[in-house]
Structure formats: structure tokens, C-alpha cells
Write a protein that binds this ligand. Sequence first.
Ligand SMILES: [Zn+2]
Length: 98
Amino acid sequence: MNTIRLEPVIGDMQGIRTLFLVPTIPDDAPGPVREGLARRRLATISGLCPCGARRPKLSRQQLRWIRRKGADIHHLAVLHEPDCMASDDNLATLIQAA
Ligand SMILES: [Zn+2]
């Protein structure tokens, strides 16, 4: 399987123009890996995974700080359901098996 890279995608988070880094989906990846990576992209960019997991919302304090300083948030964890192919454990297992 080809290497999974991070790709920049411009989107919006609570009215703030945002640069998301999302995984690429290798053309030769098996179906379940493709699905897991696609769900991660979707959850990051749109804020919602088909499993119901949501990207955490920024707090008022974080929003104020970002608007004043143009600061960045380095990581927002999306907590996927245990049976979701995008969860850390499931996706790691699927990639190792590929
Ligand atoms: Zn999910």
C-alpha cells in the first residue's frame, strides 16, 4: 500500500477560516482502510463522522484567542465509536493488516 500522507484542506470551523490537515487515501488501499481514512477526512472537515462522532467545538475562550492572535489549534481529537473504522485502534489494525 502506498504511503498515507497529510494533505492541507481549507475549511471553516465555527465561522473561522481553517486549514485542516487530513490523511490522503492511497489508490491501492484496501476498502476498509479507504473507508476509515475517508471517515477521518469527513469528521475533520465537516465535523461529523457517520458513526455519530463530532469534532469538538472551540470554547469561547479559544475563539477569542484565535480572533485576537490568529492563533492555531494543533490537535482536536474526534472520539469515534468503538466499531467505527476511523477509530485509532481500528484504523491502526486495518493499516497493519494491509
Ligand atoms: Zn467515526
